[in-house]
Ligand binder design. Structure first.
Ligand code: NAD
Ligand code: ZN
Length: 365
C-alpha cells in the first residue's frame, strides 16, 4: 500500500515528507495506522548521525495508533485495537527472559538496525528501500509495520493522540525514577535537565512521595515551568555551582539524582551532588566514545551507586498501563509537557524542541 512518511536523508537537514510503498506485515508484526507520534531528542540525534544508523530512514519511535492488520502468528491483538508502541526486543535472550527487555542483547540491532532481522525494509520508493523498524516502529508514517511484542494495548477510553510519548521519552524519565532509583517517601531527588525526560522524572519523583525535588537546567523558562509542576527548588547551573547549591538545599547531598543531559560535566555534577550511599542514574544520550571524568579516589568512600538506564528499565506492557492509571488519577500530568503539531509541520516541531520552546512535541496525522 501507499503511505506518507517523513524520511531522514542527511545530517542536520529537514525530514522530507514523501509517498512510500509499505509492504505487508510479517507473521510477527502488526500494521498500525498511526494517529500521533511524539518526537524525542533521540530522533534528532539519529537524523544527525550521532549513531551510525543508515540513511535514508523513517524515524519516529513514540507512535500511538490503531491496529489495521494482524500478522499470521500474532495472538492477543485485533483490528481496531488502540495501541502505544514501545521499543523492540527479541523476547528470547537472557535479559528479555529475566524481565529486562530494554537490555535485550539484540536491542541495538532491533531498534537502530532500521531493518528486520532478515534484512528487509518495510518502506521503499523509486530511489530504493528506505529504513524502517526504527525502535521496531518508524512511526513518522501514516501506516507502518511494527513488531507485535513491543505493542501495548491501551483500551478505547484514553486520549490516544496524547499517549505516544509513553513509549519512550516519558517512560524513560519516569521509569528511571520509579523502576531504578525508587525514591523513598520523604527523600530528596535532583534532576539535571528539564526537557521532557527530566520533567517526567520529576513528576514520577513527586508521585513517589519525594519531598525535596530539585531541578537543574540552564534555561530559566524551563526552571520556572518546573516549579509549576512540582519542583520544590530550581538551580540555574549557568549562574551557580549546582553541586554546592544541592548540598546546601539538602544539608549535605541528595539521595537520588537523574542526569538527562548526557553532558560529561553535568554527569560529574550529578555524581558529586549525591549524599553518602546516594543513587544516581544516567539517561541522557551522548555520542558513542564520550567520557566523563570523576574522582574515584574520593568517591570510593561515598558508597554511591550509579546506574545506566535505557527506556526506564521498563517492561512496557506492564509499565505503560501504570503510567496511564497514574495520569487518570491526576498524579502524573505529563499532558502539561505536550504541544501538538500537524504532521506537515514536523520540521517545525523538531526546531521548537531543539530551541527549547516545546518540551514534548507530538505530530498528529
Ligand atoms: P531535551 O533536549 O528536551 O532536554 C535536555 C535538557 O537539558 C534541556 O532542558 C537543556 O537545557 C538541558 N541542558 C543541556 N545542557 C545542560 C547543562 N550543561 N546543564 C544543565 N542542563 C543542561 O531532551 P529530552 O527529550 O528531555 O531528552 C533528554 C535526553 O534523554 C536526550 O539525550 C535523549 O536522547 C535521551 N533519551 C534517552 C533515553 C534512554 O533510553 N536512555 C530515551 C529517550 C531519550
Ligand atoms: Zn526516544
Amino acid at each position: 500500500m501507499k503511505t506518507r512518511a517523513a524520511v531522514a536523508t542527511a545530517p542536520g537537514t529537514d525530514l522530507e515528507i514523501r509517498e512510500l510503498e509499505l509492504d505487508e506485515p510479517r507473521a510477527d508484526e502488526l500494521q498500525v495506522k498511526i494517529v500521533a507520534s511524539g518526537i524525542c531528542h533521540t530522533d534528532a540525534i539519529i537524523r544527525d548521525q550521532w549513531y551510525p544508523v543508515p540513511l535514508p530512514v523513517v524515524l519516529g519511535h513514540e507512535g500511538a495508533g490503531i491496529v489495521e492488520k494482524v500478522g499470521a502468528e500474532v495472538v492477543g491483538y485485533e483490528v481496531g485495537d488502540q495501541v502505544v508502541i514501545g521499543p523492540a526486543f527479541c523476547g528470547s535472550c537472557e535479559q528479555c527472559l529475566a524481565g529486562h527487555p530494554m537490555y535485550c542483547v539484540n536491542f541495538y540491532d532491533r531498534n537502530f538496525g532500521v531493518q528486520r532481522p532478515d534484512g528487509s525494509k518495510a518502506f521503499s520508493d523509486a530511489s530504493g528501500p528506505i529504513g524502517s523498524h526504527f525502535f521496531g516502529q518508524s512511526s513518522f508514517a501514516e501506516h507502518t509495520n511494527v513488531v507485535a511484542h513491543g505493542v501495548v494495548k491501551v483500551g478505547n477510553d484514553v486520549p490516544l493522540d496524547l499517549l505516544g510519548p509513553l513509549g519512550c521519552g516519558i517512560m524513560t524519565g519516569s521509569g528511571a525514577v520509579l523502576n531504578v532509583l525508587q525514591p523513598k517517601p520523604g527523600s530528596s531527588v535532583a534532576v539535571f535537565g528539564t526537557g521532557a525526560v527530566g520533567m517526567a522524572g520529576m513528576l514520577a519523583a513527586k508521585a513517589s512521595g519525594a519531598t525535596t525535588i530539585i531541578m537543574v537546567d540552564i534555561v530559566p523558562e524551563r526552571l520556572e515551568f518546573a516549579k509549576t509542576l512540582g519542583a520544590t527548588h530550581t538551580v540555574n547551573s549557568k549562574e551557580v555551582d549546582p553541586v554546592a547549591a544541592i548540598k546546601e538545599i539538602t544539608g549535605g547531598g541528595v539521595n537520588y539524582a537523574l542526569d538527562t543531559t548526557g553532558v560529561p560535566p553535568v554527569f560529574a555534577q550529578m555524581i558529586n551532588s549525591l549524599a553518602t550511599r546516594g543513587h544516581g542514574a544516567l539517561v541522557g544520550a551522548a555520542k558513542l566514545g564520550t567520557e566523563a571524568p570523576f574522582d574515584i579516589g574520593t568517591l570510593l568512600l561515598s558508597g554511591i551507586k550509579v546506574s545506566m538506564v535505557i527506556e526506564g528499565d521498563a517492561v512496557p506492557k506492564e509499565f505503560i498501563p501504570r503510567l496511564i492509571s497514574l495520569h487518570q488519577q491526576g498524579l502524573f500530568p505529563f499532558d502539561k509537557l505536550v504541544k501538538k503539531y500537524s504532521f506537515e509541520d514536523i520540521n517545525q516541531a523538531f526546531a521548537d524542541s531543539a530551541d527549547g520552546s516545546t518540551l514534548k512535541p507530538i505530530v498528529v496525522f
